[in-house]
Ligand binder design. Structure first.
Ligand code: ADP
Ligand code: MG
Length: 259
């Protein structure tokens, strides 16, 4: 890596994320049942739990890719309350504060790496092509991929593509970042490069919610660990405490499967 991920002092205006009494059903399947999580500005919350427990849906509700049925989401100064009418402006304002990185990198295959990182800035923030590409180059350099700028994503490894996806999200100056199993599709040796970028981002003070089975990462980087099962939080606390002495049998079972 060739420099800190975040350098300009005012570049990082991190914000806290508050999820209050969030519920969400798909048909009669109650997927999130009264979830409340507070993520302090600049802190990292790791989110774990068995497949189907609602982790992805929770992240998708935070940036309103899904509409919550109940509850309140606050990111910095933006608040969205379920059931209340949300204007397109409010929706965009909240979404802009939150960057999201998925398990599948979702890069545009027909764009170069540079255009992948520049295009959303032009479209969403109205930056000029020149300004967007300049910033894209800066971020690609910071994730160690400036030399890939003119290639297409298909020529890059999975780990490189995920780092491009992180650069693309950071280019939009988010105040918080959501990661949904960012390394699960990667070979472990490649996942390490992605985790290193995330680690650096956390140290730079970014507010992060990270769904992951990388328990070492959750332990080292996480300030807080939340364990979900069947749409509810079954246990939470300091990551080391929860991992060393889980209170719930279901947490114990989950940990023994992933550790
Ligand atoms: P996790 O990420 O913890 O594996 P998800 O949030 O993906 O869990 O899924 C939780 C539950 O919600 C699952 O039962 C899943 O089938 C259901 N679900 C998720 N997305 C949808 C959707 N768009 N439509 C219907 N059911 C969904
Ligand atoms: Mg998921």
């Amino acid at each position: 890596m060739s420099g800190p991920l975040i350098t300009q002092p005012n570049e990082l205006a991190t914000a806290g994320v508050a999820i209050s009494n969030l519920s969400k059903s798909f048909g009669d399947n109650l997927v999130l049942d009264d979830i409340s999580i507070t993520v302090n500005p600049g802190s990292v919350t790791a989110l774990i739990g068995p497949s189907g427990s609602g982790k992805s849906t929770l992240l998708r509700c935070v940036n309103l890719l899904e509409t919550p049925d109940k509850g309140v989401i606050t990111v910095g100064s933006q608040t969205v309350e379920a059931g209340k009418r949300v204007t397109d402006r409010q929706l965009l304002a909240l979404r802009r504060q939150v960057g999201m990185v998925f398990q599948s990198f979702n890069l545009f295959p027909h764009y170069t790496v540079l255009r992948n990182v520049a295009f959303p800035q032009e479209k969403i923030l109205g930056r000029s092509r020149e300004e967007a590409e300049q910033r894209a180059l800066t971020l690609l350099e910071r994730v160690g991929l400036k030399d890939k700028a003119d290639q297409h994503p298909g020529r890059c490894s999975g780990g490189q593509q995920q780092r491009i996806a992180i650069a693309r999200a950071l280019a939009l100056n988010p105040r918080a970042m959501l990661f949904d199993e960012p390394t699960s599709a990667l070979d472990p040796e490649v996942g390490v490069e992605v985790l290193a970028v995330m680690r650096e981002l956390a140290h730079a003070g970014m507010t992060m919610i990270v769904v992951t089975h990388e328990m070492q990462f959750a332990r080292d980087v996480g300030d807080h660990l939340v364990v979900m099962a069947e749409g509810r939080i079954i246990e939470e606390g300091d990551p080391v405490d929860v991992m060393n002495s889980p209170r719930e049998e279901r947490t114990r079972r989950f940990l023994s499967a992933v550790l």
